[in-house]
Design a binder for this molecule. Structure first.
Ligand SMILES: Nc1nc2c(c(=O)[nH]1)N[C@H]1C(S)=C(S)[C@@H](COP(=O)(O)O)O[C@H]1N2
Ligand SMILES: [Mo]
Length: 403
């Protein structure tokens, strides 16, 4: 391990808040100098994290709690462990017996059909890595954010999984979707009966009914046993516990796409069906509450993503956005997925303001807060993708900032 990463490890270990305290409840001996003398515990049926590692989702404190956030600052690479995938549900998590689960597809189709879970699994499946992001993500960062926000608190409503399921196009061909069908309604079977209208084009493109995540069945909170997955589109339309799809000529204008998930714009206009998540990025290290322990080299790293395809560029600024240089994009760089970026930074104790700026394959560039507000207005409620910044003080402490 390099000196730089050793130091960073030591720093992060220090932040975890008392390794002694965590180890104390564990009766296993610490590794002795002679490892041949160590009697390890026997293999187990299900593994657990090292007791020294305690990544946690943060559960939002509103009553009743309806979301929890991924600890972005604790993750490496691009995958979110399934038990740390963010959660957002409007009326709890239903308990669904996979043997009794069904999905009805009807409306403008030749053959209305009820599929069991076993039926869905008989179709050829696909497995793809995609991010899923709540369109409310980042709202705390827009108005008057405090400096003591962590990456998790700002943008923890986005996660990446490898999703496995059946392409919706196969199911729609199976039931004989009629040419008049332009939209379909997706309905969940939770108490919220979440319903959204989705253009048919998404089904012919890359939508799927997902039943597995990171190599195993979906977690109950991510939609077990099956959910709609609309790669790159706002989280809300990715209906969990999916039970019904109804094909129609026009959208249904449900509550979730009129009263909610509709954006007031300046001049009394309204933006509806704003499905695609715009390109965005956030630095996850250094970030609050990190304190850089010393001058010298530090690796600035974070994630960038776009609902419109691949990230093609991430630029970094250390002077609050006056000048930028390119960060390295770490492979794999996948469409509609988090992309990790990194760049070595030689910090000599000067106050600095770190900013990341993402560009996607359509040429779209992540906007400044000023440009964002000029287009979207102060009353905007979703899709907060303006630039985020971190101020590094002379003493190495870091706080959240906007530029
Ligand atoms: N049936 C149903 N589907 C739902 C929801 C819900 O409450 N019920 N919440 C939506 C919202 S707002 C988001 S952001 C995503 C969150 O997915 P996750 O909990 O798997 O992260 O699911 C969407 N699908
Ligand atoms: Mo959401």
């Amino acid at each position: 391990m390099s000196e730089v990463s050793k130091k960073r490890r030591a720093l992060l270990a220090g932040m975890a808040g008392g390794l002694g305290a965590i180890g104390a409840g564990d009766s296993r001996p610490l590794a002795p100098d002679d490892p041949t003398k160590l009697q390890g515990p026997p293999p187990t049926e299900v593994g657990e994290r090292s007791p020294f590692e305690r990544p946690r989702r943060t559960v939002m404190k509103n009553e009743p709690a309806s979301s929890s956030r991924t600890p972005l600052q604790d993750l490496t690479g691009i995958i979110t462990p399934s038990d740390l995938h963010f959660e957002r549900h409007h009326a709890g998590v239903p308990r669904i017996d996979p043997e009794r689960y069904t999905l009805l597809i009807h409306g403008l189709v030749e053959r209305p059909t009820i599929f069991t879970l076993a039926d869905l699994k008989r179709f050829p499946s696909v497995s793809r890595l995609y991010f899923l992001e709540c369109s409310g993500n980042g709202g705390e960062a827009l108005r008057d954010p405090k400096g003591d926000l962590t990456p998790q608190e700002i943008d923890g409503l986005t996660s990446v999984s490898e999703w496995t399921g059946v392409p919706l196009a196969l199911l729609f061909r199976e039931v004989g979707a009629l040419p008049d069908a332009r939209w379909f309604l997706a309905e969940g079977s939770d108490a919220a009966v979440m319903t959204r209208s989705v253009p048919m084009g998404k089904a012919w493109d890359d939508a799927m009914i997902a039943y597995a995540q990171n190599g195993e069945a979906l977690r109950p909170e991510t939609g077990y046993p099956a959910r709609l997955l609309l790669p790159g589109w706002e989280g809300n339309a990715n209906v969990k516990w999916i039970r019904r799809l109804e094909l129609a000529e026009r959208p249904f204008f449900t509550r979730e796409e009129t009263a909610k998930y509709t954006d007031p714009l300046p001049g009394g206009k309204t933006r509806m069906f704003s499905f695609e998540m715009d390109a965005k990025s956030i630095i996850t290290f250094p970030a609050y509450p990190t304190k850089l322990a010393s001058r010298g080299h530090w690796e600035v790293t974070g994630i960038a993503w776009s609902g419109r395809g691949r990230i093609t560029r991430v630029e970094l600024s250390v002077d609050g956005g006056r000048s930028f240089t390119d960060a390295e994009l770490q492979e794999p760089v996948l469409p509609k997925c988090h992309t990790r970026f990194r760049k070595l930074w030689n910090w000599q104790g000067e106050p600095a303001t770190l900013v990341s700026r993402a560009t996607d394959e359509t040429g779209y560039v992540q906007p400044t807060r000023e440009d964002f507000l000029a287009v979207r207005g102060a009353d905007t409620r979703y899709h907060f993708n303006h630039l985020r910044a971190w101020k590094v003080r002379g003493d190495g402490s870091v706080e959240f900032a906007l530029v």
